[in-house]
Design a binder for this molecule. Structure first.
Ligand SMILES: [Zn+2]
Length: 314
């Protein structure tokens, strides 16, 4: 089978790759998004990046199609951006599919960046043996995707699975992206951990040897620093409460967790598992495995490309 081109559009970088039907990256490159320049400039970069990969092949006939994953809420039918937050200014309303199709005259599929991660995990990764699972991406923000009966749960226009905006505290801080209070993203994403860390540091006069960013906090936690441990305790309890909610909602066979925060390793998963168990009814807890994502940092671009072969059904 032919290769397909995958594009993963994020707030800081756009990843491009040609991918074979086994999910292996053949060629790849990366362009900074510079999202502040606006949607036209970002789309120009998307075109340039696709062109650069296409030019490595004798003709576009060698390419099966183009699959795109993008930050924001994406209408998977039209391939347009329904809504994007502050990380992609002006991105709302961008007709990604229309423009790329017009330019390259190839089949184009567009979906939300976490939905395409779920595609990669389902087809090539940790979700291979499961028809019912929840995917969480703990990065700068907290993204989610839901697979039920082997299909992505999309909701009306494709916005379903915004699990980062499920509240774990209705008295909690207000969420700038959605307007609710106490969204799980405010506790268990990179920025959420940094926020809790900075509150902890403000309340302490002693030196703790770490800074209010997630990498520094996690490192200090793993080395046993007590204040960092208090912060991570809150993170894990909040995330445990959210995951217990997802398990009660969907009765999944697995919750697959990826993204920078989860790459902390075994201790994180063990502690999270205890927090989930304490909050979930027994039969549903026992039926559900907590798994690290398998495909890793390339899941977005591989899953984007894989839409060409696995759209609609896996
Ligand atoms: Zn929110």
């Amino acid at each position: 089978m032919k290769h397909s081109i995958g594009v993963d559009i994020g707030g800081t970088k756009i990843q491009f790759a040609t991918v074979d039907p086994e999910g292996r990256i053949v060629h790849r490159h990366l362009i900074p998004t510079e999202a502040h320049l606006g949607p036209k400039q970002v789309m120009d970069k998307v075109m340039i990046g696709i062109d650069a990969l296409a030019s490595l092949y004798p003709s576009l006939n060698e390419i099966e199609g183009i699959g795109i994953g993008s930050a924001g809420q994406i209408n998977f039918r039209t391939g347009a951006v329904e809504f994007a937050g502050d990380t992609m200014p002006g991105w709302t309303g961008t007709e990604i599919r229309r423009d790329v199709e017009q330019r390259f005259r190839k089949p184009v599929y567009v979906d939300n960046d976490v939905n395409v991660i779920a595609v990669a995990e389902k087809v090539f990764g940790a979700g291979r043996n499961y028809n019912s699972f929840v995917c969480l991406a703990l990065g700068t923000g907290l993204g989610g995707a839901i697979v039920e009966a082997g299909q992505l749960v999309r909701g009306y226009f494709g916005g379903a699975g915004e699990l980062g905006h499920v509240s774990v505290d209705f008295n909690g801080p207000r969420c700038g992206s959605c307007g609710n209070n106490g969204c799980i993203e405010l506790y268990a994403s990179g920025t959420g951990i940094a926020r809790l860390g900075s509150i902890a540091l403000e309340g302490s006069s002693a030196e703790h040897g770490w800074e209010a960013n997630s990498r520094s906090i996690i490192q200090a936690w793993l080395q046993g620093e007590p204040l960092a441990a208090e912060v991570m305790d809150q993170v894990i309890r909040a995330l445990g409460a959210a995951i217990a909610g997802f398990i009660h909602m969907f009765n999944p066979e697995a919750v697959i967790i990826g993204g920078g925060v989860s790459e902390t390793g075994r201790v994180f998963f063990e502690r999270l598992d205890q927090a989930v168990q304490a909050r979930t009814s027994t039969a549903m807890y026992k039926a559900c495995k907590l798994l690290p994502a398998y495909v890793g940092a390339d899941a977005g671009v591989i899953g984007a490309a894989a839409q060409i072969w696995y759209h609609g059904d896996f």
